[in-house]
Design a protein around this ligand. Structure first.
Ligand SMILES: C[S@@+](CC[C@H](N)C(=O)[O-])C[C@H]1O[C@@H](n2cnc3c(N)ncnc32)[C@H](O)[C@@H]1O
Length: 201
């Protein structure tokens, strides 16, 4: 069994790889490595999330648990005049994400290392987008959901993706508790994309 992808400092031997994909009709190249999530190909859940994601111009977006950076890099390309912050606690992922931001000539994004929302303390976003680290355990995923409203602007949106068989419905229920409502906005390949919007009564 390989090292868990959410180690802070992966010790596994380097095995660099390159993924070339077209997302939303635009080409992207991602350098990946051993010790990061979905080294060999864009994860199916990530792909579905990116197909569903609706971001507008000039928005502030958080890619929480960015891995090698696919979500944040695509979001940065989709939001003209916007800005994306990508975060992860895995230092190898952070290094790859920084390289991939540069390699894809993304100028409206920066990558920060740290646990959950710590790297963006005090900030509020239009969107938080996350393929959550289910294997890191329920407590981590619960914090991503429960602490999201405090990091969203009014009308801001939390986007998550999860495998139907890894508790997507239970995750939707937890989002509904934190936000008042949560919807399945896309499904396919055994995954569901979940969305909840912050609305103060
Ligand atoms: C399922 S992977 C998704 C990676 C990437 N967003 C993608 O779609 O390919 C979840 C990511 O969350 C990161 N992660 C796990 N626990 C974390 C934590 N406590 N704080 C920040 N990131 C964390 C992992 O290192 C991993 O890169």
């Amino acid at each position: 069994m390989g090292e868990q992808y959410f180690a802070r400092r992966p010790a596994s031997r380097r095995r660099p790889a390159e993924i070339r994909v077209s997302v939303r009709g635009r080409p992207f190249t991602f350098l990946t490595d051993a010790g990061v999530f979905s080294r060999g190909e864009l994860d199916r859940g990530t792909e579905l999330l990116l197909a569903a994601l609706e971001v507008g111009p000039c928005e502030l977006i958080l890619d929480l648990g960015c891995g090698y950076g696919a979500i944040g890099i695509v979001a940065a390309r989709l939001s003209d005049g916007g800005h994306v912050i990508l975060t992860d606690l895995n230092e190898r992922a952070v290094g790859l994400a920084r390289g991939n931001v540069a390699a894809n000539r993304i100028t409206n994004a920066d990558v920060r290392m740290g646990n959950l929302y710590e790297p963006v303390a005090g900030m509020a976003f239009n969107h938080i987008v996350c393929n959550p680290p289910i294997r890191a355990g329920r407590a981590v995923v619960d914090r991503i959901v429960a602490e999201a409203p405090a990091h969203l602007r009014e009308g801001g949106t939390l986007w998550l993706v999860a495998r139907t068989k890894q508790g997507a419905e239970s995750l939707r229920t937890r989002m509904a508790v934190a936000f008042g409502a949560a919807d399945v906005v896309k499904r396919g390949g055994g995954f569901k994309v979940l969305r909840a919007t912050k609305r103060t009564p």
